[in-house]
Design a protein around this ligand. Sequence first.
Ligand SMILES: O=C(O)c1ccccc1N[C@@H]1O[C@H](COP(=O)(O)O)[C@@H](O)[C@H]1O
Length: 217
Amino acid sequence: MALIKICGLSTPDTLEAALAAGADMVGFVFFEKSPRHIGYDLAAQLGAQVSGRARKTALSVDADDARLDAIVAALAPDGLQLHGKESPERVAAVKARYGLPVLKAIGVSSAADLEGAAAYRGVADWLLLDAKPPKDAAHPGGNGVTFDWTLLKHLDRTLPFMLSGGLDPANVAEAIRISTPDGVDVSSGVEDRPGVKNPDKIRAFVERARASFTSSR
Ligand SMILES: O=C(O)c1ccccc1N[C@@H]1O[C@H](COP(=O)(O)O)[C@@H](O)[C@H]1O
């Protein structure tokens, strides 16, 4: 079954909205420069709230082992999203250390970026294909930017991939139709402003993505 992930959750109410809507994965951001960053105490609280209703994903950016140890201890995630410049060797080391599925984020703006993704075959569990951040961006993701989904027609599908980057309730059906992903991921597209999620937009995103995956089976 294709997966729907809501990322950057940081309050009990919006987490509840994602869980009640039927999100398969819920993501938590551990990156201080992000408006969606959460600390360890809140991570433990939100992690307990999930209580098996969805897979918890911890997003980090070029985190070292000490940082990942602390994140894993606080959240007890079901998967790790590595959203920086982590090499295939680093991804392999993270997988070996924690024994958790790894989603490796790749910034895409051209077909060449997809060729680079091949290096993660046999290492990452999922690719998370996001738009390359704008040059002046403060962080490598969560920028609400899309990329040319038709590029994915030539993607080697050995690894499952999650489509991300600028998705929202209005464009997710078209994005699924064009790119036929194994999952979709959204953050800023279900917000009113950076870091402030909107429960209605979360529900609309999950409903439309689910309907679109179901009708394309
Ligand atoms: O959300 C963030 O603040 C963030 C910070 C650092 C790295 C990644 C981040 N978010 C991830 O980026 C993609 C796309 O987000 P958007 O839907 O375009 O806003 C998604 O995987 C977020 O989880």
